[in-house]
Design a protein around this ligand. Structure first.
Ligand code: GAL
Length: 692
């Protein structure tokens, strides 16, 4: 489970958070605030004062309580005990440490589990999750949802008007449950009924004429058991949608319960694992803003060079920043690895300096809040060997702890240098690029890949990686976003489309936008049906070409395409194109029976351009060169940072970080004031300067 969640990346988006925008929780001159999780219930209460005092002495500004403490808050059904938590809040306040209060819905107490075992999630293979870990109670259980709100009501009544509490975190790393209990089945049926109203509409959406699957009543429907071969894809799509709704609506229910009692000065958030397939991130309208959690060294990411695994994947924080920032008025990072973890395949030490690098990298994206899991290293339970800000003795700072302390001191220095009138460099703003993203495309393509060589996120990354090497600010945006502020908009593999979006994209281009569409785009409608037309026919007028067919070579016989006399190999997906008059061919297929036919085309349309990249190249070299060509043609100046060097600007400061294995010298203007580091950036180095 732990592993699985870390291989999930990036998810769904809407811009519909009902944020209380009138309240500025995070004042500009504060830049960002840094905190640390503390679990008073894990330690003898005689140690709390010492610990909070030390937390304050290290410069932390807030702590985070009661995330997993339901058993201590409600030791028996209906009997609440807040006395211990009151004491911990008072001690935090004594040292001027603010508190984030959490709803502990990730950890129901055992009495609740034993009395109502149906709250335990039932897996598709028939096994039931058990007490003894966490996140075993399903969000599709009616009783669990209702009972949780009772506990949250008590908590909110108790702390909702307490000025020592700055805000609330709902649940922990909320996930989707693929739960097969009877409540989940019934909730799925109810959800479908609301969506389709009539069973005939559902039969059409699911294409149930195929394989004799026709339903005459919603009561006949069950959640798809994916274990079977050949399960209806449209039914599965709806199940994904339903599971995402179960999570996002439960977070909303919790947020609304808190807000019944909480002062408007307290905010409500949740801490998501950036997950590209989750579908619930950004969907809970009652959260005020969102945060993510990030772990960088856990045995799976090799990074750059021999020791790169100790620094992590250079795009992991970058991409989370660029996903979360456009989703909400603010974003923060609720957990950032402080040192070794315990759950990875190999839990190596981060490179000295890496924790500091990650902190500055999350800051660079615009984050307003950074927090770490956790202050004291746990001695028992599941997370033994997991580092904290202090080691197992409870007092000695770990190397990561000292790097947090350093970061906090440096942010304090930046606060002194903050100028509310500072602007961003025009060249940086000029290359601002959007990537159009919809998790439903990922679901759709991943359940129907057509070639096991296809990797949806890998495809996105080819474009994203190039943009970051250009030093471009990137926003992951959604259909409903405004496109016009981006000179370049990339919609990679946007499989499920509708005419309204095609029209919006066409208007964007006509008005001067530069659109890049890539292979697989527009093959299906939003219900994930193929069009009753040629493949992707609705996009032909926009791209100025037809798609003759697509091909998927075997890996041992991969093909290449030729662009400007340079060869690029590919082995995943290729659209074979038939351009219409006025469309230019940029690259052609080389080695197979369709040699000479176009793979990449571009055209002018209105005041803008459309480029269609029909092929997914090995390693992204073609994608890189196409974007270079496009930006040059548009006269948009770009940087050429080596892999692992990332530079962003925020609040009048430039921030450069280096994940690569070589020292890189950043060209910082001579009159800039360097506040952190030096322009020679070693591995894991950071430089921060003030713009003049
Ligand atoms: C996170 C989780 C924390 C803690 C941490 C350990 O995913 O939210 O509660 O378990 O992992 O690294």
């Amino acid at each position: 489970m732990q592993k699985l969640k870390f291989f999930l990346l990036f998810s769904a988006i809407t811009f519909s958070l009902n944020a209380q925008k009138s309240i500025n929780y995070f004042l500009g001159n504060q830049l960002a605030t840094t905190g640390v999780y503390y679990y008073p219930e894990h330690w003898d209460s005689s140690q709390w004062d010492r610990d909070l005092k030390n937390i304050a002495a290290m410069g932390f500004e807030f702590t985070h309580y009661a995330e997993f403490a339901w058993a201590q808050l409600e030791p028996q059904e209906g009997k609440y005990d807040f006395a211990w938590l009151d004491k911990a809040v008072a001690i935090a306040a004594k040292y001027k440490i603010k508190v984030i209060m959490c709803t502990s819905t990730a950890t129901p107490p055992v009495w609740l589990v034993r009395k109502y075992p149906a709250i335990l999630s039932l897996n598709e293979n028939g096994t039931r999750e058990e007490h003894g870990s966490r996140q075993h109670a399903t969000f599709s259980n009616n009783y669990y949802r209702a009972y949780s709100l009772k506990m949250i009501e008590q908590l909110a009544k108790h702390y909702g008007n307490d000025s020592r509490i700055i805000g609330w975190q709902i649940d922990n790393e909320p996930r989707t449950f693929f739960d097969y209990n009877e409540d989940a089945q019934q909730r799925f049926r109810d959800w479908l009924k609301k969506r389709y109203t009539t069973i005939d509409a559902l039969n059409i959406a699911w294409g149930t004429a195929f394989w004799s699957q026709i339903y005459s009543d919603f009561a006949q429907i069950n959640i798809p058991q994916h274990a079977q071969w050949g399960m209806n894809l449209n039914q599965r799509l709806d199940h994904y949608r339903f599971a995402a709704w179960e999570t996002s609506s439960f977070l909303d229910d919790q947020a609304r319960e808190i807000k019944k009692y909480a002062s408007p000065n307290q905010w409500v958030t949740s801490n998501y694992i950036p997950s590209y397939s989750g579908g619930y991130i950004g969907k809970s309208k009652d959260l005020d803003f969102i945060t993510y959690t990030r772990y960088m060294v856990y045995g799976e990411s090799l990074g750059i060079g021999r020791k790169g695994y100790r620094v992590g994947d250079p795009l992991r924080i970058a991409m989370a920043n660029d996903f979360f920032r456009p989703l909400s008025p603010y974003y923060g990072v609720m957990e950032l690895q402080p040192g070794q973890v315990n759950w990875g395949s190999i839990n190596s030490q981060p490179l000295p300096g890496a924790v500091h690098l990650w902190l500055w990298h999350q800051f660079a994206g615009g984050s307003k809040l950074a927090c770490t899991y956790r202050y004291r290293a746990p001695l028992s339970g599941y997370e033994q060997y997991h580092y904290g800000i202090v080691g197992p003795d409870g007092v000695t700072p770990t190397p990561g702890g000292l790097e947090y302390q350093k970061f906090i001191q440096e942010v304090n220095e930046l606060r002194k240098n903050y100028d509310s009138k500072a602007t961003m460099p025009p060249a940086y703003l000029a290359r601002k690029t959007a990537i159009l993203f919809n998790h439903e495309n990922i679901w759709g393509m991943d359940m129907n890949k057509q070639t096991d060589q296809w990797n949806s996120l890998g495809h996105f990354n080819k474009y994203y990686k190039t943009l970051k090497s250009f030093g471009a600010p990137v926003d992951f945006i959604v259909d409903s976003s405004s496109f016009s502020k981006y000179p370049v908009l990339i919609a990679p593999a946007y499989q499920q489309i509708d005419n309204a979006l095609i029209e919006k994209l066409t208007n964007y281009v006509n008005a001067g936008g530069n659109l890049v569409l890539t292979c697989r785009t527009g093959y299906k409608n939003r219900e994930m049906h193929l069009w009753e037309a040629k493949f992707a026919a609705p996009i032909y007028d926009l791209i100025g070409a037809e798609i003759e067919f697509y091909d998927l070579p075997m890996p041992h016989a991969q093909d290449s395409v030729l662009m400007d006399n340079k060869k690029y190999t590919w082995k995943t997906w290729g659209d074979i194109l038939k351009p219409r008059p006025g469309t230019n061919v940029l690259a052609t297929y080389q080695g197979d029976f369709y040699a000479g036919k176009p793979a990449v085309i571009s055209r002018k349309l209105g005041k803008g351009t459309v480029t269609y990249v029909g092929v997914d190249s090995n390693g992204g070299l073609l994608e890189n060169d196409i974007l270079k060509k496009l930006f040059a043609q548009l006269n948009i100046a770009v940087e050429q940072y080596p892999e692992g060097v990332l530079v962003e600007y925020r609040d009048g400061f430039g921030i450069g970080v280096n994940y690569s294995d070589k020292t890189y010298t950043l060209a910082i203007p001579a009159n800039a004031k360097i506040l952190v580091g030096m322009k020679d950036l070693p591995t894991a180095g950071v430089v921060v300067w003030k713009l003049k």
